[in-house]
Every structure is written in structure tokens, then in C-alpha cells.
Design a protein around this ligand. Structure first.
Ligand code: GDP
Length: 196
């Protein structure tokens, strides 16, 4: 895929506002501060799509980006922000679950894991949801420029597989918004998801 055009289509705060569209979509999810906005901006060619947040967890909405007038990239709200109130956490859960439960246009999800933090409890829950709803997914290890050696990448992948409870058939893509490593692999994976 070459991204020629990208535009924000809709920002959704409530489940009932989730749009019905005739186009297929792929979604990105992860804990807040995992580097999701940076990744989206890098992958979709620095169109400055998603605002890189200085305040983690600021974005509580589901953002739909229309790419090449052909498909959607869906930016799901980040989870695990400690300062979120119980009510806000409930709201987040309801929104994200309503999205995942009944989304026949959703062809694949990228689950983002911070290379330096590893999978958290909420990442494991997310992985379980994806399995439960039968949604194809892959894992992206973000901020891999922080790893000191290339060899750490193999260890990282093993650790992610073990903690997240996934086997070899689920792909793990190392990614850095700094070096742009992994950008092509993510675009390829988007294409594969959309072809399914
Ligand atoms: P989001 O909350 O998941 O959307 O995360 P952001 O994209 O806003 O990034 C959170 C923080 O991590 C920011 O301070 C970014 O500068 C930093 N960050 C994001 N991606 C990378 C990366 O690939 N490498 C490094 N070293 N830092 C990153």
C-alpha cells in the first residue's frame, strides 16, 4: 500500500455514534503512551493524523481515518491510564467493547506493546477479547530504538509471546517512530488484513 490520501473521517465518543460504512477497516489499540499516535503518523506518512499527546490518555475517542478513499484506519482509545476515574474506565470499556463485538468490516487489529514495558494485564485482557471475538490480530512492539542491541529483539519477542500467551502464528512487528523501522511491515500487514 502507498498512502496517497488520509483524512480524519469521524471522531466517536459514544457507541451509538460508531459509523456504518461500506469500507473495510483495521484498528490500532494499546495502553496510553505506548506510541500509538507516533506510529499512526509515521505509518500514514506524517500526515499529522493523530495528535502526539504530551498528556497520556487524553484521547478517549475512537478516531476513523479514511485512507486513499478505500479503507479505514481506526485509532482506538488508549487504556490503562492510572488517573482515569472508575466511571471513565467503564465508559472506555463500553466504547471499545461495542466496537469490537459487532464490527464485520473490521479485518484486523494491531495490538501495540511498549518494548520497554512489555505486556501489561490490560494487554492480556485485550488479547483475550480479540481471540474471543475471533478478530485477526498481530502485535507491534513499539519504541524498539530504545533497545540497546539488535539481539535484544529476539528476547523481546519471546518475552511478549510468553506473557501475552500467543504462539508463532501471531506476528510480532518491531517498530520505531524514531527510525521508522517496521513501517513497511505494518503497511504490508494492513494489506494482508484487508485482503482477508
Ligand atoms: P500514545 O499515547 O500511545 O498516542 O503515544 P504517543 O505517540 O503520544 O507517544 C508517547 C510518548 O512516547 C511520547 O513522548 C513520544 O515521543 C514517545 N515515543 C513514541 N514513539 C516512540 C518511538 O518510536 N521511540 C521513542 N524513543 N519514543 C517514542
Amino acid at each position: 500500500i502507498t498512502v496517497k490520501k488520509a483524512q480524519l473521517y469521524k471522531t466517536v465518543f459514544k457507541p451509538e455514534d460508531l459509523p456504518d460504512t461500506p469500507y473495510n477497516e483495521v484498528a490500532f489499540v494499546g495502553r496510553s503512551n505506548v506510541g500509538k499516535s507516533s506510529l499512526l503518523n509515521t505509518v500514514v506518512k506524517n500526515y499529522r493524523l493523530a495528535k502526539v499527546s504530551s498528556l497520556p490518555g487524553k484521547t478517549r475517542s475512537v478516531n476513523f481515518y479514511f485512507i486513499n478513499d478505500k479503507f479505514f484506519v481506526v485509532d482506538l482509545p488508549g487504556y490503562g491510564f492510572a488517573k482515569l476515574s472508575k466511571a471513565e474506565q467503564q465508559r472506555w470499556k463500553k466504547l471499545i467493547e461495542s466496537y469490537l463485538i459487532d464490527r464485520d468490516k473490521l479485518k484486523g487489529v494491531f495490538l501495540l506493546i511498549d518494548a520497554k514495558v512489555g505486556p501489561t494485564e490490560k494487554d492480556i485482557i485485550m488479547r483475550e477479547w480479540l481471540d474471543y471475538y475471533g478478530i485477526p490480530y498481530c502485535v507491534v512492539a513499539t519504541k524498539v530504538d530504545k533497545l540497546r542491541k539488535q539481539s535484544e529483539k529476539a528476547t523481546l519477542k519471546k518475552m511478549i509471546r510468553r506473557k501475552l500467551g500467543i504462539d508463532e502464528d501471531i506476528q510480532i512487528i518491531p517498530f520505531s517512530a524514531k527510525t521508522r523501522e517496521g513501517r513497511i511491515e505494518i503497511l504490508k500487514q494492513i494489506e494482508q488484513f484487508l485482503e482477508q
